[in-house]
Design a protein around this ligand. Structure first.
Ligand SMILES: Cc1ncc(COP(=O)(O)O)c(C=O)c1O
Length: 417
């Protein structure tokens, strides 16, 4: 282990930033690869937890950012690059008539929830067990609960959260029309919004489920919020909402739209978004400011990233890469008779060691976690870096990367038998 990990232990709780295995200190990234402080090289399927869809330090993005660097880092005032990026996002994302910038995806989710409460003058939020919506009090409701308590009661994942937040959150299982109906039958007129990831971590919505969220919100005057922090500009140019054809009232975006820099947004219907405008919102005004909101350097990185992504063939290529990696996993594990399934979409998925269909958080909890950890450990030893529960295909992957990945998968499959 590098001296960095020792130094980190002295000044960082848990010896790291809290995001990932603290024993890994990454010094450098280029294209599809990252290098740690011990000099190990990895093919990167973590890609900064999603944003580096073009790979690290894409030359065109570097050039655009370098140009902006000598023009100023941060103004607090609106800036042309941020306005241009908002135009591109509003043109691409079906629900986005207007947007408001923040700095992180979690912040965007927090404001989307507050906005829905202000617009509907209601307080209850429906959230799905196991769904990730950042680190706000609401986001921490049953994100990864260890106790499986009765629905729709939430379990906070973090200490320090007020009971009042729990009282205003209804948690139900993903892909359960029965629970959805039950909470709306009982509380419909008090529900401000449903917040959902259109692909929950990696678990797809079953046929018709996303549409049923739209329908129930329409019936009860609630808002539908899609958290597209991960899926936005990854699943399609218009995000998961355009791929699946279900349009929410609001969505949140992050990761890719900042090209790896701190930039995120709440976007949606103009009448709802107008509550951010004091001159029209009156008592319903939502106060929202942030030092780094729409930061010009982040906006330039995002603009260039989106410009590149829009070029012909990129989303198709991403799907093809994901499909090829999935095929490698399935073949390697089938050959050795290891029970498993791929859960997710071509552009975001993981292999899960369980045969029965996975439709929600509790199903995922039944999978063989020890096998997954062993598989991931072997991949890491072969130079493959991934999140413990996700594989992010990306556009910097080369044929050479894919053949190293293939070999690593074969070895990891061997390690399980
Ligand atoms: C679906 C989803 N929403 C929100 C967030 C929070 O984004 P951030 O880490 O930028 O706060 C994440 C982060 O991974 C996410 O995956």
């Amino acid at each position: 282990m590098s001296s960095w990990t020792e130094r980190a232990k002295a000044v960082l709780p848990g010896g790291g930033f809290g995001n990932f295995d603290a024993s890994l200190v990454i010094e450098r990234g280029q294209g599809s690869r990252v290098w740690d402080a011990d000099g190990n090289e990895y093919i990167d399927y973590l890609i900064g937890s999603g944003p580096m869809l073009l790979g690290h330090s894409h030359p065109e993005v570097v050039e655009a950012v370098a140009e902006q660097l000598s023009e100023g880092f941060s103004f607090f005032a609106s800036n042309p690059k941020g306005i241009e990026l908002a135009e591109v996002i509003c043109e691409a994302v079906p629900c986005a008539e207007q947007l408001r910038y923040v700095s992180t995806g979690g912040e965007a989710d927090m404001f989307a929830i507050r906005l829905a409460r202000a617009f509907t003058d209601r307080s209850l939020i429906v959230k799905f067990e196991g769904a990730y919506h950042g680190m706000s009090d609401e986001g921490q409701m049953s994100l990864s609960p260890s106790k499986l308590i009765d629905f729709p009661q939430p379990e906070p994942d973090s200490a320090g959260i007020l009971q009042a937040v729990q009282d205003q959150t209804l948690v139900i299982p993903w892909n359960s029309p029965e629970h959805l109906k039950a909470v709306f039958d009982q509380h419909g007129s008090d529900i401000a919004a449903i917040i959902a990831e259109p692909l929950q971590r990696i678990i797809p919505a079953q046929a018709g489920f996303l549409q049923s969220l739209r329908d129930v919100c329409d019936q009860h005057g609630s808002l539908l919020i899609f958290d597209e922090v991960v899926t936005g500009f990854r699943f399609a140019w218009g995000g998961a909402q355009s791929l699946y054809g279900v349009i929410p009232d609001l969505c949140t975006l992050g990761k890719t739209i900042g090209g790896g820099m701190p930039l995120a947004a709440v976007a949606g219907r103009k009448d709802v978004m107008s509550l951010f405008d004091k001159s029209v919102a009156g008592d319903q005004w939502l106060m929202q400011v942030g030092t780094l909101s729409g930061n010009p350097i982040a906006a330039v990185a995002g603009l260039k990233t989106l410009e590149i992504l829009k070029r012909p063939g990129h989303f198709e290529r991403l799907r093809e890469l994901g499909d090829r990696i999935q095929e490698m996993l399935v073949n390697a594990l089938n050959k050795r008779g290891v029970a498993h399934q791929i859960v997710g979409n071509s552009v975001l998925f993981d292999v899960i060691f369980r045969e029965e269909l996975i439709t929600d958080y509790r199903d995922l909890g039944q999978a063989d976690k020890a096998k997954q950890a062993a598989f991931n450990k072997s991949l890491r030893a072969s130079g493959i870096l991934k999140s413990p529960a996700k594989i992010y295909p990306h556009l910097a992957l080369t044929e050479a990367d894919l053949s190293v990945t293939h070999e690593a998968i074969e070895m990891a499959a061997d390690s399980l038998i």
